[in-house]
Design a protein around this ligand. Sequence first.
Ligand code: MRU
Length: 345
Amino acid sequence: MVETIEWTPRGVVMIDQTRLPLHEEYVTCRNYQEVATAIRDMIIRGAPAIGVAAAMGVAIGVLHASEAALDSQVDTICQTLAATRPTAVNLFWAIDRMQRLYASLRGQPLDLIRRRLIEEAQLVRQEDIAINRAIGRHGAPLVPDHKTVLTHCNAGALATAGYGTALGVIRAARESGKQIDVFADETRPFLQGARLTVWELQQDGIPTTLITDNMAGHFMKSGRIGCVVVGADRIARNGDVANKIGTYSVAVLARENGVPFFVAAPVSTLDLTLESGDRIPIEQRPASEVTHVFGHPVAPTGTLVQNPAFDVTPARYVTAIVTENGVARAPYEDSLRTIAAPSPR
Ligand code: MRU
Protein backbone atom coordinates (compact mmCIF):
# COMPACT_ATOMS: atom_id res chain seq x y z
CA MET A 1 0.00 0.00 0.00
CA VAL A 2 1.16 3.53 -0.82
CA GLU A 3 2.86 5.63 1.90
CA THR A 4 0.90 8.86 2.39
CA ILE A 5 3.31 10.57 4.77
CA GLU A 6 6.58 9.67 6.45
CA TRP A 7 9.11 11.23 8.79
CA THR A 8 12.60 10.93 7.26
CA PRO A 9 16.00 12.44 8.09
CA ARG A 10 15.49 14.73 5.06
CA GLY A 11 12.16 16.06 6.29
CA VAL A 12 8.46 15.17 6.11
CA VAL A 13 7.85 13.27 2.87
CA MET A 14 4.34 13.19 1.38
CA ILE A 15 2.91 11.78 -1.80
CA ASP A 16 1.69 14.78 -3.81
CA GLN A 17 -2.09 14.32 -4.00
CA THR A 18 -2.49 17.23 -6.40
CA ARG A 19 -0.49 15.27 -9.03
CA LEU A 20 -2.14 11.84 -8.72
CA PRO A 21 -3.08 9.74 -10.58
CA LEU A 22 -1.04 10.85 -13.59
CA HIS A 23 2.15 11.51 -11.65
CA GLU A 24 3.34 9.61 -8.57
CA GLU A 25 5.59 12.25 -7.04
CA TYR A 26 6.76 12.92 -3.51
CA VAL A 27 7.25 16.29 -1.82
CA THR A 28 9.76 16.79 1.00
CA CYS A 29 8.83 19.48 3.54
CA ARG A 30 11.99 20.69 5.25
CA ASN A 31 10.40 23.10 7.73
CA TYR A 32 7.03 23.73 9.37
CA GLN A 33 6.12 26.49 6.91
CA GLU A 34 6.41 23.99 4.04
CA VAL A 35 4.22 21.52 5.96
CA ALA A 36 1.60 24.27 6.44
CA THR A 37 1.70 25.08 2.72
CA ALA A 38 1.34 21.39 1.83
CA ILE A 39 -1.80 21.15 4.00
CA ARG A 40 -3.30 24.37 2.62
CA ASP A 41 -2.57 23.44 -1.00
CA MET A 42 -3.92 19.90 -0.46
CA ILE A 43 -0.68 18.14 -1.35
CA ILE A 44 -1.79 16.21 1.71
CA ARG A 45 -5.50 16.11 2.51
CA GLY A 46 -8.11 14.06 4.37
CA ALA A 47 -8.78 14.70 8.05
CA PRO A 48 -6.54 12.03 9.69
CA ALA A 49 -3.66 12.65 7.25
CA ILE A 50 -3.87 16.38 7.96
CA GLY A 51 -3.60 15.52 11.66
CA VAL A 52 -0.46 13.43 11.10
CA ALA A 53 1.04 16.20 8.95
CA ALA A 54 0.33 18.80 11.64
CA ALA A 55 1.99 16.63 14.32
CA MET A 56 5.07 16.22 12.09
CA GLY A 57 4.93 19.96 11.32
CA VAL A 58 5.20 20.79 15.02
CA ALA A 59 8.06 18.29 15.40
CA ILE A 60 10.06 19.66 12.45
CA GLY A 61 9.37 23.20 13.64
CA VAL A 62 10.87 22.48 17.05
CA LEU A 63 13.74 20.55 15.44
CA HIS A 64 14.82 23.78 13.74
CA ALA A 65 13.91 26.14 16.61
CA SER A 66 16.56 27.78 18.74
CA GLU A 67 16.79 27.64 22.53
CA ALA A 68 15.95 31.32 22.99
CA ALA A 69 12.24 32.13 23.43
CA LEU A 70 11.30 28.55 22.59
CA ASP A 71 7.77 28.90 24.01
CA SER A 72 6.91 31.73 21.65
CA GLN A 73 8.46 29.88 18.69
CA VAL A 74 6.28 26.84 19.50
CA ASP A 75 3.22 29.13 19.66
CA THR A 76 4.04 30.53 16.22
CA ILE A 77 4.57 27.04 14.77
CA CYS A 78 1.23 25.83 16.16
CA GLN A 79 -0.66 28.96 15.07
CA THR A 80 0.75 28.73 11.54
CA LEU A 81 -0.30 25.07 11.21
CA ALA A 82 -3.72 25.74 12.78
CA ALA A 83 -4.45 28.49 10.23
CA THR A 84 -4.23 26.15 7.23
CA ARG A 85 -7.68 24.51 6.98
CA PRO A 86 -10.56 25.11 9.41
CA THR A 87 -12.95 22.15 9.10
CA ALA A 88 -11.09 18.91 9.89
CA VAL A 89 -10.87 18.82 13.67
CA ASN A 90 -8.02 16.27 13.52
CA LEU A 91 -5.72 19.19 12.65
CA PHE A 92 -6.48 20.90 15.98
CA TRP A 93 -6.53 17.60 17.87
CA ALA A 94 -2.99 16.78 16.68
CA ILE A 95 -1.61 20.27 17.38
CA ASP A 96 -3.16 20.17 20.85
CA ARG A 97 -1.59 16.74 21.52
CA MET A 98 1.86 18.04 20.52
CA GLN A 99 1.40 21.26 22.53
CA ARG A 100 0.46 19.32 25.65
CA LEU A 101 3.51 17.10 25.28
CA TYR A 102 5.73 20.17 24.81
CA ALA A 103 4.24 21.75 27.93
CA SER A 104 5.07 18.59 29.92
CA LEU A 105 8.71 18.73 28.71
CA ARG A 106 9.31 22.45 29.25
CA GLY A 107 12.64 23.07 31.02
CA GLN A 108 14.20 19.81 29.77
CA PRO A 109 17.26 19.88 27.44
CA LEU A 110 16.30 20.97 23.92
CA ASP A 111 17.68 17.77 22.35
CA LEU A 112 15.39 15.67 24.52
CA ILE A 113 12.35 17.87 23.70
CA ARG A 114 13.10 17.51 20.00
CA ARG A 115 13.50 13.75 20.21
CA ARG A 116 10.27 13.29 22.18
CA LEU A 117 8.25 15.46 19.78
CA ILE A 118 9.58 13.54 16.76
CA GLU A 119 8.73 10.23 18.46
CA GLU A 120 5.24 11.51 19.27
CA ALA A 121 4.59 12.60 15.69
CA GLN A 122 5.68 9.17 14.46
CA LEU A 123 3.39 7.60 17.05
CA VAL A 124 0.42 9.66 15.80
CA ARG A 125 1.08 8.17 12.36
CA GLN A 126 1.46 4.58 13.59
CA GLU A 127 -1.61 4.81 15.80
CA ASP A 128 -3.67 6.11 12.87
CA ILE A 129 -2.98 2.98 10.83
CA ALA A 130 -3.96 0.73 13.77
CA ILE A 131 -7.09 2.83 14.37
CA ASN A 132 -8.14 2.47 10.73
CA ARG A 133 -7.74 -1.29 10.89
CA ALA A 134 -9.98 -1.33 13.99
CA ILE A 135 -12.55 0.85 12.17
CA GLY A 136 -12.44 -1.68 9.35
CA ARG A 137 -13.02 -4.59 11.72
CA HIS A 138 -16.07 -2.89 13.27
CA GLY A 139 -17.45 -1.72 9.94
CA ALA A 140 -17.01 -4.83 7.78
CA PRO A 141 -19.99 -6.75 9.27
CA LEU A 142 -22.30 -3.82 8.37
CA VAL A 143 -21.54 -4.07 4.64
CA PRO A 144 -24.13 -6.13 2.71
CA ASP A 145 -22.58 -8.99 0.74
CA HIS A 146 -22.88 -9.27 -3.07
CA LYS A 147 -23.69 -5.58 -3.40
CA THR A 148 -22.03 -2.32 -4.42
CA VAL A 149 -20.70 0.15 -1.84
CA LEU A 150 -20.98 3.79 -2.83
CA THR A 151 -18.40 6.22 -1.46
CA HIS A 152 -17.84 9.95 -1.83
CA CYS A 153 -14.51 11.81 -1.88
CA ASN A 154 -11.44 9.87 -0.74
CA ALA A 155 -11.43 8.50 2.80
CA GLY A 156 -8.75 5.96 2.03
CA ALA A 157 -5.08 5.27 2.70
CA LEU A 158 -4.29 8.60 1.04
CA ALA A 159 -6.54 10.49 3.47
CA THR A 160 -4.95 8.82 6.49
CA ALA A 161 -1.58 7.36 7.47
CA GLY A 162 -2.72 4.13 5.77
CA TYR A 163 -5.62 1.70 5.13
CA GLY A 164 -8.29 4.40 5.32
CA THR A 165 -11.52 4.92 7.22
CA ALA A 166 -14.38 4.46 4.71
CA LEU A 167 -12.06 2.57 2.36
CA GLY A 168 -10.74 0.70 5.42
CA VAL A 169 -14.27 -0.63 5.98
CA ILE A 170 -14.42 -1.64 2.31
CA ARG A 171 -10.97 -3.27 2.49
CA ALA A 172 -11.89 -5.16 5.67
CA ALA A 173 -15.19 -6.31 4.14
CA ARG A 174 -13.29 -7.68 1.13
CA GLU A 175 -10.65 -9.27 3.39
CA SER A 176 -13.49 -11.00 5.28
CA GLY A 177 -14.54 -12.60 1.99
CA LYS A 178 -17.44 -10.36 0.99
CA GLN A 179 -18.09 -10.11 -2.74
CA ILE A 180 -18.48 -6.37 -3.02
CA ASP A 181 -17.48 -3.74 -5.53
CA VAL A 182 -17.29 0.03 -5.24
CA PHE A 183 -18.91 2.99 -6.94
CA ALA A 184 -16.78 6.11 -6.46
CA ASP A 185 -18.42 9.52 -6.87
CA GLU A 186 -16.04 11.71 -8.86
CA THR A 187 -16.39 14.44 -6.17
CA ARG A 188 -16.42 17.80 -7.91
CA PRO A 189 -14.68 20.17 -7.78
CA PHE A 190 -11.35 18.72 -6.59
CA LEU A 191 -12.07 15.23 -7.96
CA GLN A 192 -10.79 13.26 -4.98
CA GLY A 193 -13.04 10.36 -6.00
CA ALA A 194 -11.99 10.19 -9.63
CA ARG A 195 -8.31 10.89 -9.05
CA LEU A 196 -7.58 9.33 -5.68
CA THR A 197 -10.21 6.75 -4.67
CA VAL A 198 -10.22 5.01 -8.05
CA TRP A 199 -6.41 5.01 -8.20
CA GLU A 200 -6.03 3.72 -4.66
CA LEU A 201 -8.60 0.92 -5.02
CA GLN A 202 -7.13 -0.10 -8.37
CA GLN A 203 -3.77 -0.61 -6.62
CA ASP A 204 -5.55 -3.11 -4.34
CA GLY A 205 -7.41 -4.83 -7.16
CA ILE A 206 -10.81 -3.86 -5.69
CA PRO A 207 -13.32 -3.55 -8.55
CA THR A 208 -14.26 0.12 -8.74
CA THR A 209 -16.55 2.05 -11.06
CA LEU A 210 -16.33 5.80 -11.42
CA ILE A 211 -19.61 7.74 -11.57
CA THR A 212 -20.26 11.47 -11.69
CA ASP A 213 -21.80 12.93 -8.55
CA ASN A 214 -25.20 13.42 -10.16
CA MET A 215 -25.51 9.69 -11.01
CA ALA A 216 -25.66 8.57 -7.38
CA GLY A 217 -29.47 8.83 -7.10
CA HIS A 218 -29.98 6.88 -10.31
CA PHE A 219 -27.90 3.95 -9.05
CA MET A 220 -29.38 3.99 -5.55
CA LYS A 221 -32.87 3.74 -7.07
CA SER A 222 -31.75 0.76 -9.16
CA GLY A 223 -31.27 -1.35 -6.01
CA ARG A 224 -27.65 -2.09 -6.79
CA ILE A 225 -26.16 -0.03 -3.95
CA GLY A 226 -26.08 -2.00 -0.68
CA CYS A 227 -24.79 0.84 1.46
CA VAL A 228 -22.96 4.15 1.42
CA VAL A 229 -19.73 4.51 3.42
CA VAL A 230 -18.05 7.90 3.77
CA GLY A 231 -15.45 9.51 6.04
CA ALA A 232 -15.81 12.66 8.13
CA ASP A 233 -13.93 15.85 8.89
CA ARG A 234 -15.76 16.72 12.10
CA ILE A 235 -18.65 15.12 13.96
CA ALA A 236 -20.64 17.19 16.44
CA ARG A 237 -22.02 15.92 19.76
CA ASN A 238 -25.48 15.30 18.26
CA GLY A 239 -24.07 13.16 15.41
CA ASP A 240 -24.18 15.80 12.65
CA VAL A 241 -21.34 15.02 10.24
CA ALA A 242 -19.20 17.47 8.25
CA ASN A 243 -17.65 15.82 5.23
CA LYS A 244 -16.73 16.63 1.64
CA ILE A 245 -19.25 18.84 -0.20
CA GLY A 246 -21.92 16.62 -1.74
CA THR A 247 -22.06 14.16 1.15
CA TYR A 248 -25.34 15.67 2.41
CA SER A 249 -27.00 15.12 -0.99
CA VAL A 250 -25.78 11.50 -1.00
CA ALA A 251 -27.20 10.96 2.51
CA VAL A 252 -30.63 12.35 1.56
CA LEU A 253 -30.70 10.17 -1.56
CA ALA A 254 -29.71 7.15 0.54
CA ARG A 255 -32.60 7.77 2.95
CA GLU A 256 -35.07 8.23 0.08
CA ASN A 257 -33.98 4.89 -1.41
CA GLY A 258 -33.70 2.90 1.83
CA VAL A 259 -29.91 2.55 1.54
CA PRO A 260 -27.94 2.52 4.86
CA PHE A 261 -25.60 5.52 5.20
CA PHE A 262 -22.49 4.77 7.29
CA VAL A 263 -19.82 7.22 8.45
CA ALA A 264 -16.38 5.79 9.30
CA ALA A 265 -14.12 8.02 11.42
CA PRO A 266 -11.64 7.86 14.28
CA VAL A 267 -12.55 9.22 17.72
CA SER A 268 -10.17 12.13 16.98
CA THR A 269 -12.75 13.35 14.42
CA LEU A 270 -15.41 13.76 17.15
CA ASP A 271 -15.84 17.31 18.40
CA LEU A 272 -18.02 16.84 21.46
CA THR A 273 -17.58 20.53 22.34
CA LEU A 274 -20.02 21.42 19.53
CA GLU A 275 -23.68 20.78 20.24
CA SER A 276 -24.59 20.54 16.56
CA GLY A 277 -23.13 20.66 13.06
CA ASP A 278 -24.37 24.25 12.66
CA ARG A 279 -21.29 25.29 14.65
CA ILE A 280 -18.76 23.53 12.39
CA PRO A 281 -16.65 26.03 10.40
CA ILE A 282 -16.92 25.36 6.68
CA GLU A 283 -13.85 26.08 4.58
CA GLN A 284 -14.39 28.20 1.46
CA ARG A 285 -11.93 27.31 -1.31
CA PRO A 286 -10.81 29.38 -4.32
CA ALA A 287 -13.31 30.05 -7.13
CA SER A 288 -10.81 28.73 -9.67
CA GLU A 289 -11.43 25.16 -8.40
CA VAL A 290 -14.98 25.49 -9.77
CA THR A 291 -14.42 27.63 -12.86
CA HIS A 292 -11.42 25.60 -14.03
CA VAL A 293 -10.69 21.89 -14.52
CA PHE A 294 -6.96 21.09 -14.51
CA GLY A 295 -6.21 24.71 -15.33
CA HIS A 296 -8.68 24.89 -18.22
CA PRO A 297 -11.58 27.34 -17.86
CA VAL A 298 -15.06 25.74 -18.08
CA ALA A 299 -17.08 28.86 -17.19
CA PRO A 300 -17.15 32.40 -18.60
CA THR A 301 -14.69 34.94 -17.21
CA GLY A 302 -16.21 36.82 -14.26
CA THR A 303 -18.59 34.01 -13.22
CA LEU A 304 -19.79 34.34 -9.63
CA VAL A 305 -18.82 31.21 -7.69
CA GLN A 306 -19.50 29.56 -4.34
CA ASN A 307 -17.04 26.87 -3.29
CA PRO A 308 -17.73 25.48 0.18
CA ALA A 309 -15.38 22.50 0.60
CA PHE A 310 -17.66 20.67 3.05
CA ASP A 311 -21.31 20.29 3.99
CA VAL A 312 -23.02 19.02 7.11
CA THR A 313 -25.23 15.93 7.05
CA PRO A 314 -27.83 16.02 9.83
CA ALA A 315 -27.58 13.08 12.22
CA ARG A 316 -31.06 11.83 11.27
CA TYR A 317 -29.64 10.63 7.92
CA VAL A 318 -26.74 8.74 9.51
CA THR A 319 -27.47 5.03 10.04
CA ALA A 320 -24.33 4.51 12.16
CA ILE A 321 -20.92 6.02 12.92
CA VAL A 322 -18.10 3.46 12.89
CA THR A 323 -15.10 4.27 15.09
CA GLU A 324 -12.09 2.30 16.34
CA ASN A 325 -13.96 1.80 19.63
CA GLY A 326 -17.10 0.39 18.06
CA VAL A 327 -20.28 1.41 16.25
CA ALA A 328 -22.38 4.35 17.47
CA ARG A 329 -26.08 4.68 16.61
CA ALA A 330 -28.77 7.23 17.48
CA PRO A 331 -29.28 8.79 19.94
CA TYR A 332 -25.76 10.04 19.22
CA GLU A 333 -25.49 12.33 22.25
CA ASP A 334 -25.28 9.18 24.36
CA SER A 335 -23.52 6.75 22.04
CA LEU A 336 -20.76 9.17 20.97
CA ARG A 337 -20.00 10.17 24.56
CA THR A 338 -19.65 6.49 25.51
CA ILE A 339 -17.56 5.62 22.48
CA ALA A 340 -15.21 8.58 22.94
CA ALA A 341 -14.26 7.40 26.42
CA PRO A 342 -14.83 3.65 26.57
CA SER A 343 -14.71 2.13 30.05
CA PRO A 344 -11.51 0.14 30.70
CA ARG A 345 -11.95 -3.61 30.23
O1 MRU B 1 -10.86 18.46 1.18
P1 MRU B 1 -10.37 17.09 1.56
O2 MRU B 1 -9.95 16.26 0.40
O3 MRU B 1 -9.34 17.16 2.66
O4 MRU B 1 -11.66 16.40 2.18
C1 MRU B 1 -11.55 15.09 2.64
C2 MRU B 1 -12.82 14.51 3.11
O5 MRU B 1 -13.86 15.15 3.11
C3 MRU B 1 -12.75 13.14 3.67
O6 MRU B 1 -13.92 12.43 3.42
C4 MRU B 1 -12.54 13.22 5.20
O7 MRU B 1 -11.47 14.07 5.49
C5 MRU B 1 -12.30 11.90 5.80
S1 MRU B 1 -10.75 11.22 5.33
C6 MRU B 1 -10.54 9.74 6.12
